[in-house]
Design a protein around this ligand. Sequence first.
Ligand code: SF4
Length: 241
Amino acid sequence: MSPEYSQIIIEQLKSDAVNKTAGELLKLVAQYLENEVVIATSFGVEDQVILDIATRNQIQLKAITLDTGRLFPETYEVWDRTEKQYNLQIKAYYPQSKDLEELVNKQGINGFRNGIDQRKACCSIRKLEPLSRALSNQRAWVCGLRQDQAITRANVEPIEWDAQFKLIKVNPLYNWSEEDVWRYVKAYDVPYNTLHDQGYPSIGCAGCTRAITKVQTLRDGRWWWESPESKECGLHNRPRV
Ligand code: SF4
């Protein structure tokens, strides 16, 4: 899709998206883009809610996921349960083995803890490159970003242009609170990662995620050795508010 054509579609979508529910927004995008819409799921609770909403509204989304090789066993469990419950095949993307081999041999198996550069190098090989492949030639991707998740996400909009991956980005839960998400999960019996019950609100790779206490914020369990402003893996780079 050319940038000019995308811009026209985005403007139309933005104006039609006003006051739409998450389901209505997904339907609208699927209609505009003739089902050429991908959801990149990490099996976080927001992604699970979106998959459930899509299924209930008969919206066809192509589901993909990134297996970094460092995920929690609980994440593989919910991946399996999700495919079975929704009768879905979620396409897995993996890091390029040669790049990964070089990275680990250069900076060590947990070298991502030694500094932001090392952490970003790891995210780049395990996440960014596979996602770039997954999104190439796609028209739009759906994400579970919410405005109140982090300082880095305060300006999330329902429809955005993703300049990094050059496609439309759809955030159906942009204005949902954490309570809204869990209310939906309970109401519709959505399968979720059991780590959420053990103090993990945001779940990524095992070596970079830990449980938080009641006084900590949502993203405090991710890359806890870094400052809040740098806590993105590069998949959702966005301008600051
Ligand atoms: S989250 Fe941690 S282990 Fe996962 S890709 Fe990023 S740095 Fe590597």
